[in-house]
Design a protein around this ligand. Structure first.
Ligand code: ADP
Ligand code: ZN
Ligand code: ZN
Length: 731
């Protein structure tokens, strides 16, 4: 007897045994590899499951085993190495294996559709077409000619037919008669070509020399100030990798994957580049996936999930802006693409390069412990120097939409000098609070513990946590007064003011409201890069990865909004953000400057930002973390619940704590359960139980206990629980 042991995509953390479909040959069974897709009945549905292995027997009585419906692939579509990576991930993140394996496949294959090789769409003779006498189609000369072409040349691409003047209608008619059938032809794998890179400066050359020619696994951390030419290093390493006939995988943060970035790769390489981002259609994603898998793509660039792309010949893995929090998936399968990338390098036995101007404390710690090689670029490439940073006291200053008179003068002077100004305000909408001046009523979300943001232009109130929205009221729903106040500041308001103040100047607002679709940002970047004087006003979206050569003034309108955070990573994030924002100033010849507006000009974090010494700040923060046992000194994990019943959300975690606490490894301890910082979201109450552990091993052990206890408990009452290993945010 043979049993298929399968990972089924479901929240259950267990494997399921099935019998092979009736009539499966022993030869096929013997060659089935892990990761092979198998269609099986599951509950009342049929689902695509993934093979873990073929076993001689099952713990389940064989009479109870159901047969699988179909083995979907005769050869596994993912390599043994990628399957190994998935296995590591489901153990490490304590996530159900079926869901982790699903993450390796594009939707079409997850849905159980047949695998189709990549390549150009083409046609070939069907069985009926092969048997047809030469003269059979003499009444339709075009159809006859198409058939003749197919007889001469077994597969003919749609493009060739087009060139021969044979329309699609003709081919469709032949297909309807079942004389021909569609297929794809493999493109000839081509050699990637690389154009000359920039002549490197001394620092860059030293770094490249260290990294070049490395084969086999190693992990390096490249800490290079903004504009120091890290990307140039990536490009030259990739050239090196392509020359060895291998593929390069490049990960980029969510908002860093701009057409500008892609343009730089496309300019440098005459090569096939497979791109992955959230804006792709399923068909495009499938194509990219297949090109990476069959090896025809030389370079794979993508956001977080691209770390699981199959590669035929992995040669190097690069993670740009490795500190960026978008590498952490915040729901479902909560993995860190950066950490998975390092593991992948080990399994694929290829070098990994992490780059950032502001490396995460985790990576700095790994470098300090000798696990990563640390490399530095301390100066800007080319002629640009670092910008001067000024903390500006706005106490007692008249502020217009958040802007002090002095900042308005600076903007004016920048524009007059023919340069561009970039203003950072990390809050979209018009204002974060709507309040009644007569009775004090405040507009709040029905489902969340949060205020609604005013979006004046759309005439709506929106919740930025759950997405709920309603019409902006003209009067107070409680006392019917019409004097409603907009409190606080958002980009829409500052935009309105700036338009009044600088009516003849170009002004671009960049946030997720104004930039819908990827093309919007591409068009804008092109506009900005023409270099004409303008004002850029935006949220985080403006701060990362962009290279705007004519920006010389950068201002943080409300630095105070960044200063106070409940999260233990708050300070680290703030210093990273300020460094990245400041890094947009003066990236080319003209000197840049940075203004931070604050009511707390003496705040140590702002003074630190002024000194622009990230390394020193990071050392200080690492010291603090050593004191508290928080990451990266200790390990952290969070068990979360959400439930319509607030008390149950908490008691579930309390029970879990009680059931496991006495068995935790030494040095591990629980904190909580505590309400989440945003306790109610979209009608659910949210609770957290934190666990700190002295080592990864202990954390893993503790997590195993906690997950077993949670799985054993009957949840009910609409309660959902999850575990987050190495959490990035307490939210
Ligand atoms: P980073 O990725 O570190 O932010 P970039 O690679 O984007 O830096 O480089 C910043 C700017 O400096 C770009 O305009 C780039 O073309 C330029 N640059 C990089 N390396 C050199 C070099 N060796 N010589 C001249 N200019 C360079
Ligand atoms: Zn009122
Ligand atoms: Zn809400």
């Amino acid at each position: 007897m043979s049993v298929l042991r399968l990972a089924v995509p479901s929240p259950l953390r267990q494997l399921f045994d099935y019998l092979p479909p009736a009539g499966t040959s022993p030869e096929l069974l013997a060659q089935l590899a892990p990761g092979t897709r198998v269609r099986v009945p599951f509950g009342r549905r049929e689902v695509t499951a993934y093979l873990i292995g073929v076993f001689p027997d099952s713990a389940v009585d064989s009479a109870q085993l159901k047969p699988a419906v179909e083995i979907l692939d005769t050869r596994a579509l993912v390599s043994g190495a990628l399957f190994e990576l998935a296995r590591w991930a489901w153990h490490y993140y304590h996530h159900p294996s079926g869901e982790v394996l699903s993450a390796l496949f594009p939707k079409r294959l997850r849905d159980g559709k047949p695998h189709q090789r990549g390549g150009a769409p083409a046609w070939r003779l069907g069985t009926r077409g092969k048997g047809l006498p030469e003269q059979a189609l003499s009444r339709s000369p075009k159809q006859a000619r198409a058939l003749a072409l197919l007889r001469a040349d077994r597969e003919v691409t749609a493009k060739e037919f087009e060139a021969q003047g044979i329309s699609r209608a003709v081919l469709r008619a032949l297909r309807d008669k079942e004389l021909i059938e569609p297929c794809t032809v493999q493109r000839e794998p081509r050699e990637a070509l690389c154009r000359d890179g920039l002549a490197l400066n001394t620092e860059q050359s030293a770094v490249l020399q260290e990294l070049q020619g490395a084969e086999g696994f190693s992990c390096s951390l490249l800490e290079g100030v903004t504009g120091s030419g890290k990307t140039e290093i990536y490009l030259q390493l990739i050239a090196d990798c392509l020359a060895r006939g291998r593929q390069a995988l490049v990960l980029i943060p969510e908002i860093g994957l701009t057409p500008q970035t892609l343009g730089r790769f496309a300019q440098r390489f005459d090569a096939d580049i497979a791109v992955f981002h959230s804006g792709l259609s399923d068909a495009q994603r499938y194509q990219s996936w297949e090109a990476a898998r069959d090896g025809s793509a030389h370079i794979v660039i993508g956001t977080r999930s691209a770390v699981f792309t199959p590669l035929a010949r992995p040669g190097i893995i690069i993670v740009d802006e490795e500190h960026d929090s978008s590498y952490k998936q915040q729901d479902g399968f909560r993995y860190s693409a950066r950490d998975v990338a390092v593991k992948r390098g080990q399994i694929d036995d290829c070098p990994v390069l992490l780059g950032s101007a502001t490396p995460s404390l985790e990576s700095l710690q790994n470098a300090a412990l000798g696990r990563y090689r640390q490399l530095h670029l301390r100066n800007r490439a080319g002629s640009a120097g670092m910008p001067a940073v000024e903390v500006r006291d706005v106490r007692r200053q008249p502020l217009h939409a958040g802007l002090s008179p002095q900042l308005l003068e600076d903007i004016q002077a920048t524009l007059d000098a023919g340069e561009q100004a970039l203003l950072f305000l990390n809050r979209r909408g018009y204002a974060p609070t709507l309040q009644c001046h007569d009775c004090g009523w405040v507009a709040e979300c029905n489902g969340c513990d949060a205020r609604l943001t005013i979006h004046r232009r759309q005439g709506r109130l929106r919740c930025h946590h759950c997405g709920a929205s309603s019409t902006l009221p003209a009067s107070c729903p409680v006392c019917h007064s019409r004097s409603l106040l907009s409190l606080g500041l958002g980009t829409e308001q500052t935009e309105a003011f700036l338009r009044q103040r600088f009516p003849d100047r170009a002004l671009y607002r960049v946030d997720s409201d104004s930039m819908r679709g990827r093309d919007a940002m591409a068009a804008l970047a092109e506009q900005i890069n023409r270099g004409e004087p303008c004002i850029l006003l935006g949220t985080q979206m403006l701060t990362k990865g962009h290279h705007f050569p004519a920006v010389t003034l950068v201002a943080v309108i409300d630095a105070d909004a960044l200063l106070f955070s409940a999260d233990f990573r708050g300070e680290e994030r703030m210093i990273q953000l300020l460094t990245q924002v400041a890094g947009r100033a003066g990236r080319e010849a003209a000197a840049g400057r940075v203004v931070l507006q604050s009511h707390y000009p003496d705040h140590p974090l702002l003074q630190a930002a002024r000194e622009q010494d990230y390394a020193q700040q990071a050392r200080r923060l690492l010291e603090q973390r050593r004191g508290s046992g928080l990451p990266p000194s200790g390990q952290l994990l969070i068990l979360r619940t959400d439930c319509p019943d607030a008390r149950y959300a908490e008691s579930f975690l309390r029970d879990l704590r009680e059931a496991t606490e006495h068995r935790l490894p030494a040095g591990c301890s629980y904190i909580g359960p505590l309400p989440a910082p945003l306790q109610r979201r979209a009608g659910k109450f949210r609770c957290q139980l934190l666990l700190t552990a002295p080592s990864r091993r202990d954390a893993h052990h503790a997590a195993t206990l906690a997950v077993a206890a949670a799985e054993g408990a009957t949840a009910g009452r609409g309660l959902k629980w999850s575990i987050d290993i190495d959490p990035q945010d307490m939210f």
